[in-house]
Design a binder for this molecule. Sequence first.
Ligand code: 5GP
Ligand code: ZN
Length: 113
Amino acid sequence: MSDCIFCKIITGDIPSKHVYHDDQVTAFRDLNPAAPTHILIVPNKHIDSINTLTNEDEQLIGHLFTTAKQIAAQEGIAENGYRLIINTGAHAGQTVFHIHLHLLGGAPMRLMG
Ligand code: 5GP
Ligand code: ZN
């Protein structure tokens, strides 16, 4: 999608601190980190939000989570723990309408942000 920030990060048109890339997903560091480790894992395919997911996307969404697990291990936060969040819609505070899985860790967190 031409006006989507995360699509432009995936293609490299907007620079980011890149962490991981394969044919299905891309991961990069959040510009405004809310924890010592704050990484966004996104599908390379543009999907607005969980509200527009289809059954065809089930394998892709599973891959987002196995990638998060792998990155957590690489970042050294797997043992102490981390939080995975997908904000959906206005009440959840979704600001970028390209699905992204937040991986947060590196310090203890309260239950609700
Ligand atoms: P949301 O609130 O939609 O769940 O999360 C959007 C996240 O994207 C925020 O944590 C914000 O800091 C991050 N973000 C927004 N624009 C950019 C950008 O251009 N580059 C990077 N790396 N992160 C961004
Ligand atoms: Zn997009």
